[in-house]
Write a protein that binds this ligand. Structure first.
Ligand SMILES: [Zn+2]
Ligand SMILES: [Zn+2]
Length: 181
């Protein structure tokens, strides 16, 4: 399957390698449908277009592509189940070399992706990055109190008898600290 959207994520490296040090910027938005990420259970949903902003820079035998990927996500707080959303911005940094440069670059250099032909296709490495970096088990706040296991009250908004027991333990811990002073 191919769409115009994916075509924008291909970089022709012939011109880049002809002039080491030359650059090409790729700014593109791609839908999660086109990305076809298989996210793991517990991972947030991709809630909009994923933004790609990377620049390809050539050296003698390889091309480095670096920049950022912004992933809009939405999900439920794992403690209180409130709907939350955000944008995860992650670094992207990959090196690519044409198969004919393989000997000069050396097979020991595992950081380089060897590509067949004259094009880098960023779709697959971007898909992998989005699959890894889409947030997992999100929290509405680090201090989210969650839902009471006993009565189901949202401890962020409601108090209940069960909460008092937990607060007591905290005060006990505080008291112990104060005694140490
Ligand atoms: Zn929460
Ligand atoms: Zn309760």
């Amino acid at each position: 399957m191919s769409s115009p959207s994916m075509h924008a994520l291909r970089i022709n490296i012939v011109e880049l390698l002809r002039q080491p040090g030359s650059e090409r910027r790729v700014e593109h938005e791609i839908s999660s449908d086109d990305l076809q990420c298989e996210l793991a259970p517990g991972q947030s949903e991709i809630s909009g277009m994923v933004s790609v902003d990377v620049t390809a820079v050539s050296a003698t035998d390889d091309v480095s592509v670096a920049g950022s990927i912004s992933i809009p996500w939405s999900g439920e707080c794992r403690r209180c189940l409130k709907s939350i959303s955000g944008i995860q911005v992650v670094d992207f940094d990959e090196r690519f070399a044409p198969a004919r440069s393989r000997n000069r670059i050396g097979l020991s250099d595992g950081d380089v992706s060897i590509i067949e032909g004259d094009q880098i296709d960023l779709l697959e490495p971007i898909r992998e990055t989005v699959m890894i970096e889409t947030p997992m088990s999100v929290l509405c706040s680090e201090s989210c109190e969650g839902i009471c296991d006993v009565c189901g009250a949202d401890r962020n908004n409601d108090s209940c008898e069960c909460v008092v027991v937990i607060r007591d333990e905290r005060w006990a811990a505080l008291d112990a600290l104060e005694l140490d002073d």
